[in-house]
Design a protein around this ligand. Structure first.
Ligand SMILES: [Zn+2]
Length: 109
Protein backbone atom coordinates (compact mmCIF):
# COMPACT_ATOMS: atom_id res chain seq x y z
CA UNK A 1 0.00 0.00 0.00
CA UNK A 2 1.30 3.43 -0.97
CA UNK A 3 0.92 6.59 1.09
CA UNK A 4 -2.16 8.64 0.11
CA UNK A 5 -0.42 11.92 0.98
CA UNK A 6 2.68 11.68 -1.24
CA UNK A 7 1.74 8.68 -3.41
CA UNK A 8 5.29 7.32 -3.10
CA UNK A 9 6.14 6.05 0.35
CA UNK A 10 5.72 2.65 1.93
CA UNK A 11 4.50 2.31 5.50
CA UNK A 12 6.28 1.13 8.59
CA UNK A 13 4.62 0.54 11.98
CA UNK A 14 6.02 2.94 14.51
CA UNK A 15 5.12 4.43 17.90
CA UNK A 16 4.39 8.03 17.01
CA UNK A 17 3.82 11.04 19.19
CA UNK A 18 0.50 12.76 18.53
CA UNK A 19 0.31 16.48 19.19
CA UNK A 20 -2.72 18.72 19.20
CA UNK A 21 -2.23 22.48 19.35
CA UNK A 22 1.37 21.79 20.33
CA UNK A 23 0.41 19.64 23.34
CA UNK A 24 1.55 16.01 23.33
CA UNK A 25 -1.26 13.49 23.74
CA UNK A 26 1.21 10.63 24.05
CA UNK A 27 2.67 8.01 21.73
CA UNK A 28 0.47 5.71 19.65
CA UNK A 29 0.98 2.89 17.17
CA UNK A 30 0.77 4.27 13.63
CA UNK A 31 1.58 3.45 10.04
CA UNK A 32 4.21 6.01 9.16
CA UNK A 33 5.14 6.85 5.57
CA UNK A 34 8.88 6.37 5.05
CA UNK A 35 8.92 9.08 2.39
CA UNK A 36 6.91 12.04 3.74
CA UNK A 37 6.61 11.07 7.42
CA UNK A 38 2.80 11.30 7.50
CA UNK A 39 1.36 9.12 10.29
CA UNK A 40 -1.89 7.19 9.94
CA UNK A 41 -3.74 5.79 12.95
CA UNK A 42 -6.36 3.04 12.86
CA UNK A 43 -9.89 3.92 14.03
CA UNK A 44 -9.45 2.30 17.47
CA UNK A 45 -6.30 4.36 18.08
CA UNK A 46 -7.99 7.49 16.71
CA UNK A 47 -10.76 6.94 19.28
CA UNK A 48 -8.19 6.69 22.09
CA UNK A 49 -6.51 9.89 20.88
CA UNK A 50 -9.87 11.67 20.80
CA UNK A 51 -10.68 10.54 24.37
CA UNK A 52 -7.31 11.88 25.55
CA UNK A 53 -7.93 15.15 23.68
CA UNK A 54 -11.31 15.51 25.42
CA UNK A 55 -9.80 14.70 28.82
CA UNK A 56 -7.23 17.49 28.33
CA UNK A 57 -9.88 19.99 27.18
CA UNK A 58 -8.31 20.27 23.72
CA UNK A 59 -11.05 18.63 21.70
CA UNK A 60 -13.00 21.14 19.60
CA UNK A 61 -10.77 24.02 20.69
CA UNK A 62 -10.54 25.37 17.13
CA UNK A 63 -13.62 27.56 16.77
CA UNK A 64 -15.26 29.88 14.31
CA UNK A 65 -15.49 33.55 15.19
CA UNK A 66 -16.80 36.65 13.41
CA UNK A 67 -14.90 39.74 12.41
CA UNK A 68 -16.33 42.99 13.80
CA UNK A 69 -15.64 46.59 12.81
CA UNK A 70 -14.15 48.96 15.39
CA UNK A 71 -13.54 52.44 13.94
CA UNK A 72 -11.40 51.90 10.85
CA UNK A 73 -10.01 48.61 12.12
CA UNK A 74 -11.39 45.12 12.32
CA UNK A 75 -11.62 43.17 15.55
CA UNK A 76 -11.59 39.41 15.96
CA UNK A 77 -13.27 38.04 19.05
CA UNK A 78 -11.23 35.25 20.63
CA UNK A 79 -13.43 32.63 22.32
CA UNK A 80 -12.84 32.19 26.08
CA UNK A 81 -11.65 28.56 25.75
CA UNK A 82 -8.91 29.62 23.32
CA UNK A 83 -7.94 32.67 25.41
CA UNK A 84 -7.67 30.40 28.47
CA UNK A 85 -5.62 27.82 26.55
CA UNK A 86 -3.04 30.40 25.42
CA UNK A 87 -3.34 32.39 28.69
CA UNK A 88 -4.22 35.57 26.82
CA UNK A 89 -5.39 38.52 28.89
CA UNK A 90 -7.14 41.82 28.15
CA UNK A 91 -4.80 44.67 27.11
CA UNK A 92 -2.01 42.21 26.35
CA UNK A 93 0.08 43.06 23.30
CA UNK A 94 0.18 40.45 20.52
CA UNK A 95 1.89 40.31 17.13
CA UNK A 96 -0.21 39.58 14.05
CA UNK A 97 1.65 38.09 11.10
CA UNK A 98 -0.01 37.16 7.80
CA UNK A 99 1.27 33.67 6.99
CA UNK A 100 -0.41 33.78 3.59
CA UNK A 101 -3.43 35.55 2.11
CA UNK A 102 -5.76 33.22 4.01
CA UNK A 103 -3.99 32.63 7.30
CA UNK A 104 -3.03 34.88 10.20
CA UNK A 105 -0.68 33.89 12.98
CA UNK A 106 -1.02 35.65 16.31
CA UNK A 107 2.17 35.64 18.33
CA UNK A 108 1.78 35.88 22.10
CA UNK A 109 4.71 36.73 24.37
ZN1 LIG B 1 3.94 9.74 2.17
Amino acid sequence: MKCVMCNKGEFKKKMTEYKEFGVSLGKYKANVCMKCGEAFFDSETAGKIQDKSKALGLFGLAKKTKVAKVGNSLAIRIPKEIADFVKLKKEEEVRIVPKSQNELVIGIN
